[in-house]
Each structure stands twice: as structure tokens, then as C-alpha cells.
Design a protein around this ligand. Structure first.
Ligand code: BEZ
Length: 202
């Protein structure tokens, strides 16, 4: 049995969990609760991931994989899921996945800034810079990626859904749907998938 170091709120863990659910193979991993922060790896095992980050996946042969992009690609290969198209169609999928992960990354950093960084060290411009990254990325998806989102489910869509779900969870005040009707409509449909329902945090 594989082991997945896991926290339900992490959008990067959620990518992996959505992939497992889409594969119908959630039974293939044992979940191990793990938590840490940028300043303290906490219960995240450094012998599995020296970066002290989740998700980390321990394979049946004992080898560990990280980060979410590597793990998802491994699971796609293991279960033959077809989440990464072949040929030139791969590059848009990886680019949109990177865009989605960038949204999630900025939002997670904002969360740490709010709950981990001592108040006397806070830097509002840094928070605003992360928030602007999210806005620009969402605008780019609305402007250029809706036709891709109308296509078959792939890894970029799963990553985007995990990122948007995290915004709803941790930044409900952002009201990211305003001015982005195409993205809002796409997410409303994707969020109904059983894989999304089974992996919602909070
Ligand atoms: C959160 O609680 O927002 C969170 C937890 C784990 C990883 C990233 C974010």
C-alpha cells in the first residue's frame, strides 16, 4: 500500500486526492496526517521530503515522490489515466497546471503570512503582490483558457479546480467570480464531480 502525507486543506494535496478519486483508486493509498509551515516542518518527515512539504507519496517499494506535479504524473502513469495528452497538446496542459499551482502557491503564502508571520514583521506590499499574482492569473484564465477548459478533463483542470476551491476556502472575501463569468461557470460544473465532492476541505 502506498502512503500519502496529507492535510485536507492543502490545495496541492487535493490535486493528488482528486486524481485518485478520478481513477477510482483512493483505496491505493493510506493517508498519513502531516502538517508544517515554512519555518517549521512540523510532522512532515524530512527523510521523505527534505523540503518539509506535503504532499509526499511513499511508493510500495519504499521510494518517496514529491511534489504534487510529480506525484500526479506518477499516478497518471501507474493507473493509465490519460490526464496528460501526447504530442504538442501536452504543453498547454502543463502551462495551465503551472498557472493553477501558482495561484494556489500565492494563496498558501498569503495564509502563512496571516497566521505564521509575527505581526511586527508583516509587509503589506508583499501580501498585495501575492494577491495581484492571483488576480492576473485568474484574468489570464478567463481571457485565454476557457476553450481549453471546455475540453476533456486533464491535469490542468484538476489543478485549477483545486486552486479555486482553496480560494473559496481561505479567501471567500476575494469574490473571484466577479468579472470572470466563464471561469465561474466552468468551476460550478467541475465542482459537482464526485472527485471534488469527496475531497472538499472544511
Ligand atoms: C491551510 O490550512 O490553508 C493549508 C494547510 C496545509 C497546506 C497548505 C495550506
Amino acid at each position: 500500500m502506498m502512503q500519502l502525507y496529507h492535510a485536507p486543506a492543502s490545495p496541492f494535496v487535493r490535486k493528488v486526492m482528486i486524481v485518485l478519486q478520478e481513477a477510482g483508486r483512493a483505496d491505493a493509498v493510506t493517508l498519513i496526517a502531516a502538517s508544517g509551515t515554512p519555518v517549521d516542518p512540523g510532522s512532515i518527515p524530512l527523510d521523505r521530503n527534505p523540503l518539509g512539504k506535503i504532499p509526499a507519496l511513499v511508493r510500495e517499494d519504499g521510494g518517496a515522490l514529491y511534489d504534487s506535479r510529480v506525484i500526479c504524473r506518477y499516478l497518471d502513469d501507474l493507473f493509465d489515466l490519460g490526464l496528460y495528452p501526447g504530442g504538442a497538446r501536452l504543453w498547454p496542459v502543463l502551462t495551465l497546471e503551472a498557472t493553477a499551482d501558482g495561484i494556489a502557491d500565492a494563496a498558501v503564502l498569503m495564509r502563512y503570512e496571516s497566521v505564521v508571520r509575527p505581526a511586527e514583521f508583516r509587509y503589506p506590499d508583499w501580501m498585495a503582490g501575492q494577491s495581484a499574482k492571483i488576480d492576473r492569473a485568474l484574468d489570464a484564465v478567463e481571457a485565454r483558457w476557457l476553450s481549453h477548459l471546455a475540453g476533456p478533463v486533464d491535469m490542468s483542470q484538476i489543478a485549477l479546480a483545486a486552486a479555486l476551491g482553496y480560494l473559496d476556502f481561505r479567501q471567500p472575501e476575494r469574490t473571484w467570480r466577479d468579472g470572470r463569468p466563464g471561469l465561474a461557470q466552468w468551476f460550478a460544473g467541475f465542482a459537482e464531480r464526485p472527485s471534488m465532492q469527496a475531497t472538499a476541505a472544511g
